[in-house]
Design a protein around this ligand. Structure first.
Ligand SMILES: Nc1ncnc2c1ncn2[C@@H]1O[C@H](COP(=O)(O)OP(=O)(O)OP(=O)(O)O)[C@@H](O)[C@H]1O
Ligand SMILES: [Mg+2]
Length: 297
């Protein structure tokens, strides 16, 4: 920890405090998030990893104002998201947040270019500028020759890249990406990581859920979520660090360097501590469920 780090003087773009969300009522209520606190500085790239059902999508939906928490606070650039009206939340999302959904959520009757243009137009970009920017971003994700293709005629991976293009096109304050490489083969996944890296270099703040440690290792910081709680965090080697990270109970590994291998090892250690589930190292695999022996969730 250093007090001379200039980033400590920068206001966080996102501050999440003691966030709770349960689903179901009464006896059937099941907690999805049980008190998550996290602070993200502008320009930071945060990866969130954890087994299926641990609350990753729930967290992203809450941050993006698509869902409301039972308790806790979410501030984006000083605005408290949780108490905004639905209309104001929609406005905030349109202006400040780009969302890549786990299920893409493309508009089926609009072609790839129109899907990206739509996001730009609702953010206030003029028609010609939106058209040019959509073509530019789709080209960057390797879909330059599929501008006029309808989503149904695209592969899952191609649809995912359209969704990513739509999210980053407006250069929002925050890009929230739920498994942005989940449906991609290695080459396409690498291309998406390169694209995110490029946006990150330009100062884009990114919060990304992933099961893939090769993808997570590209981030500045990797947050480990389990059973609705942040149980650890790592900073991949060579990434710049930030001190603004009040992230829950552990913090013991805060300053540890972590590359992809170290992330695997951390997952193994965490699984070891979790006697109930046992540990199974997936040879060559990078799926967190396999690594934690939770593949049957
Ligand atoms: N709309 C909902 N209604 C009821 N339960 C929900 C809802 N959304 C999420 N849950 C529950 O909350 C928990 C967390 O779900 P969430 O989708 O956040 O997991 P996740 O970590 O994103 O998993 P995955 O890696 O499979 O996408 C799960 O037990 C899930 O069943
Ligand atoms: Mg999910």
């Amino acid at each position: 920890m250093t007090t001379t780090d200039p980033k400590t003087t920068i206001e966080p773009i996102l501050v999440i405090t003691a966030l709770k969300r349960s689903f179901g009522r009464g006896e059937r209520a099941r907690p999805a998030l049980c008190g998550v606190s996290l602070s993200v500085t502008p320009g930071e790239w945060v990866a969130v990893v954890g087994p299926s059902g641990c609350g990753k999508s729930t967290l992203l939906h809450l941050v993006g104002g698509l869902d409301t928490p039972d308790a806790g606070s979410i501030r984006i650039g000083g605005d408290e998201v949780t108490t905004l009206s639905a209309a104001r939340r929609a406005l905030l999302r349109r202006r400040r947040v780009g969302f890549v959904f786990q299920a893409y959520n493309l508009v089926p009757h609009l072609n790839a270019a129109a899907n990206v243009e739509l996001g730009l137009r609702v953010a206030g970009v003029g028609r010609r500028a939106a058209k040019a920017r959509a073509a530019e971003v789709l080209d960057a994700v390797g879909l330059g020759d599929l501008l006029h293709a309808l989503p149904a005629t695209l592969s899952g991976g191609q649809q995912q890249r359209v969704a990513i293009a739509r999210a980053i096109a407006t250069r929002p304050d925050l890009v929230l990406a739920d498994e942005p490489t989940g449906a991609l083969d290695t080459a396409a996944s690498r291309r998406v990581v390169e694209l995110l890296r490029e946006e990150h270099r330009r100062g884009q703040t990114l919060i990304m859920v992933t099961h893939d440690y090769a993808v997570a290792a590209a981030a500045d910081r990797v947050i480990f979520l389990r059973d609705g709680q942040i149980i650890d965090e790592r900073r991949p080697a060579g990434r710049r660090t930030s001190d603004a990270s009040p992230t829950g109970p552990s913090g013991a590994l805060d300053e540890a360097d972590a590359d992809e291998t170290a992330l695997h090892e951390t997952a193994d250690e965490l699984a070891d501590e979790d006697g109930g589930h046992g540990t199974r190292r997936a040879p060559g695999g990078s799926d967190l469920n396999d690594l934690l022996g939770l593949g049957s969730w």
